[in-house]
Write a protein of this length. Structure first.
Length: 330
């Protein structure tokens, strides 16, 4: 089979598309999927650079955390899926290839209204956003939510899911254009944040009449910690999802204690199979119906052929993308 291969760690020149061994016929509760499209994520860029290796048991040279395709073969214990069904799902590596093998409970059925590129743009970001907003932060109707990197895949998913549940979504980005485009997905108010994160604290105070927001979804990292604490309302919840702006910061305990704040971190890739199965089940029950009736929609930035993997990585590293970058394997 063809697969994106990290030949050498470093720049995009280390990426190739090579013929590799097709995964063996699945056994037990495993399903082999013929991948038709796969999403590109920041984790893939970090893996290419040698900073984020795949967990044990997953391909170290073949990146890819999400995919959409058709069931090709199933193990003898599989009861949910049959050959030919359209599915999308998550894995800890190896999705950017013509075939991938995953547990049956890491898959969901693709709604009929989604094509392959749209379907591949869904699993990682919508499962991550749903988990952060509702499992971790317990976001409720009538509350307020602030998401950083509002034009990212997780950002656009979080905005739509917050709106769908009756919460008001605020956002930040480094570019006004992305914030303008995010408004069509439910972003209520927004502010450009460049050098000084305190800018969004002032904006939040204006938007909420000094009360602060109930939930912050932080896809940026350490640089925003102090401002996040200031922007949160009493009993607010901060969910740490990304570290693009650093992973270490000084925490003001007094601010956390005074406001009775909750700080929780989340990452999808390193979780156990059982935890991923639970996250996928909640996604299937609560998000897939919203995709089917178009209450929420995948946001696709650009679609590249598998052989254009270097161009896809360059696009992601340019920080100009809005929504998801997708690789097409048809």
């Amino acid at each position: 089979m063809k697969a994106v291969t990290i030949a050498t760690h470093g720049g995009i020149e280390g990426l190739d598309v090579r013929e590799v061994k097709t995964p063996s016929r699945p056994t037990a509760d495993r399903v082999r999927v013929r991948v038709r499209a796969a999403g590109l994520n920041r984790a893939d860029v970090l893996q290419r650079m040698g900073h984020y290796p795949a967990p044990a048991g997953y391909p170290q040279a073949i990146p890819g955390l999400e995919f959409a395709g058709e069931v090709d073969e199933v193990g003898e214990q599989v009861r949910t899926w049959k050959r030919g069904q359209r599915v999308f799902g998550i894995t800890a590596g190896g999705a950017q290839a013509e075939y991938v093998v995953v547990p049956e409970n890491h898959l969901a059925e693709v709604p009929e209204n989604l094509g392959w590129p749209e379907a591949a743009a869904v699993p990682e970001v919508f499962i991550t956003a749903h988990d952060a907003l509702f499992t971790r932060a317990k976001l409720c109707s009538g509350e307020t939510m602030l998401v950083h990197a509002a034009g990212s895949g997780v950002g656009t998913a979080a905005i739509q899911l917050a709106r769908a549940t009756g919460a008001k979504a605020f956002g930040t980005s480094r570019t006004a254009d992305k914030l303008g485009r995010a408004r069509e997905y439910g972003l209520s108010s927004s502010v450009v944040v460049d050098a000084d994160p305190q800018a969004f604290v002032e904006a939040v105070n204006e938007w909420t009449a000094e009360r602060g927001v109930n939930v912050v979804i932080d896809l940026v990292g350490a640089k925003y910690l102090d401002a996040n604490l200031k922007a949160l309302a009493a009993k607010g919840r901060l969910v740490l999802v990304g570290t693009t702006a650093g992973a270490q910061a000084i925490l003001d305990f007094s601010a956390v204690m005074r406001k009775r704040l909750t700080i929780v971190g989340t990452v999808l890739r390193a979780r156990s199979n059982e935890e991923k199965a639970t996250a996928t089940r909640l996604f299937t029950e609560q998000v897939v119906p919203l995709l089917a009736d178009e209450t929420v929609k995948p946001v696709v930035d650009r679609v590249y052929k598998l052989e254009e993997i270097r161009e896809a990585h360059a696009r992601m590293e340019s920080n100009e993308s809005f929504g998801k970058i997708v690789l097409l394997l048809e």
